[in-house]
Design a protein around this ligand. Structure first.
Ligand code: EPU
Length: 347
């Protein structure tokens, strides 16, 4: 069904807790209605609201996909292929799959948002990205009014990137298909102190080797210790991407800052953590009130004036950080969450 609302309050539907109203909101809980939807421009899609910066008033029609359900579409002794509708809560999905003994998503526990938005920025954490488990994405193409299935390759995934970011108005994601494995001895735990943390949980339980469930619990513990819960301290996760710099720039920075953490990339470039750069620039816990970086993770901007702070407040702190990091390191940080204008356009 299509549910249409006017002057729809989005304040509780964005994790940055910005006060926002949509001129019109359309909630869709069944994809079969899409071809009959007469959508007047301008319009935009809002999923779980965990990666957006909303203006006070959106004159565009806000489309909110809320199709629910998941079903096993193939299964054998080693794996399960699962189709998940776009409106399913991501963390609940991870919990469900891990409990079922379907593994591959455990590192992505506790990421806020809905399943349908997961491919857009190719969500990733603790050494795993969505693309590692994803098979395909079911989309509705607005212009042709047709459903289509995009393979993983067609999605053009990269770090925090996909075709859906390049061409945001082309498709509505209606479902994702994931392939999960059943081997409880296999799990990805070589990110930071994840292995030690998961091993401690296994040891407490009298086991000598870790399981995906240990990794799931360790990820939850680590996230809870560093990342603010949006319900208590509004935020939209990492505010900047981790910059990827050329090897020679990295070498000259390393001479000045020998302890700089870094992750070599396959193409010879080097990823450096933006959180470290911000902390070194003296801005951990800093910024321009009421938007401050988190005291335990400088890459997360937090809103200390829920429903009062505006996009302009966020822009002020973001610019302050970008300028400070550029001045100290010669690296220009790039914003990760999507900025929405009054007319629904985004950048
Ligand atoms: N660091 C600092 N100071 C800080 C924050 C980080 O020195 O204030 C250092 C850490 O000590 C560590 C390094 O930076 O050496 C990396 O930190 P962390 O492991 O916390 O991860 P991150 O690079 O800051 C990325 C993702 C997160 C994801 C974590 C874990 C991006 C933009 N962010 O953060 O994703 O949870 O890795 O995998 O890639 C998100 O996208 O919203 C998000 C939270």
């Amino acid at each position: 069904m299509i549910h249409t609302h006017h002057n729809y309050d989005l304040s509780a539907l964005n994790t940055m807790a910005l006060s926002a109203t949509a001129a019109t909101a359309i909630i869709i809980d069944d994809e079969s209605v899409l071809p009959s939807l007469q959508l007047a421009a301008p319009w935009m899609v809002l999923s779980g609201g965990s990666n957006v910066l909303l203006p006070h008033r959106i004159e565009a029609t806000v489309v909110m996909p809320r199709m629910m359900g998941k079903k096993v579409i193939a299964e054998d002794a080693d794996s399960v292929t699962l189709e998940v509708m776009a409106g399913e809560n991501w963390h609940d999905l991870v919990s469900y799959c891990t409990t079922q003994g379907w593994y591959g998503l455990e590192n992505l526990a506790l990421i806020p948002g809905l399943a349908g938005a997961a491919p857009v920025q190719n969500i990733g954490a603790y050494g795993v990205q969505l693309e590692d488990a994803l098979v395909s994405v079911r989309v509705y193409e607005w212009q042709t009014a047709r459903f289509e299935t995009l393979t993983k390759d067609q999605c053009q995934f990269a770090y925090r990137h996909s075709i859906f970011k390049d061409d945001p108005d082309r498709y509505l994601i209606t479902a994702i298909t994931l392939k999960l494995h059943k081997d409880s001895t296999k799990t990805m735990s070589n990110y930071g102190d994840l292995h030690n943390h998961a091993t401690a949980l296994a040891t407490q339980d009298g086991r000598s080797s870790i399981t995906p469930m240990d990794v799931y619990h360790a990820v939850i513990d680590i996230r809870n210790s560093k990342l603010p819960d949006p319900k208590q301290l509004p935020n939209c996760g990492s505010f900047f991407q981790n910059p990827i710099i050329a090897a020679d720039q990295y070498q000259s920075l390393l001479e000045q800052y020998p302890t700089m953490p870094h992750y070599p990339m396959a193409d010879g470039m080097v990823k450096v953590p933006a959180g470290w750069l911000i902390e070194q620039a003296g801005l951990k816990g800093g910024g321009i009130a009421p938007i401050l970086t988190h005291t335990k993770q400088a890459l997360v901007l937090t809103n200390h004036a829920p429903l009062i702070a505006t996009q302009n407040d966020i822009a002020a702190t973001a610019m302050h950080i970008i300028d400070a990091v550029a001045a100290k390191f010669g690296i220009r940080l790039v914003r990760e969450p999507v900025w929405i204008d009054r007319d629904g356009s985004h950048h």
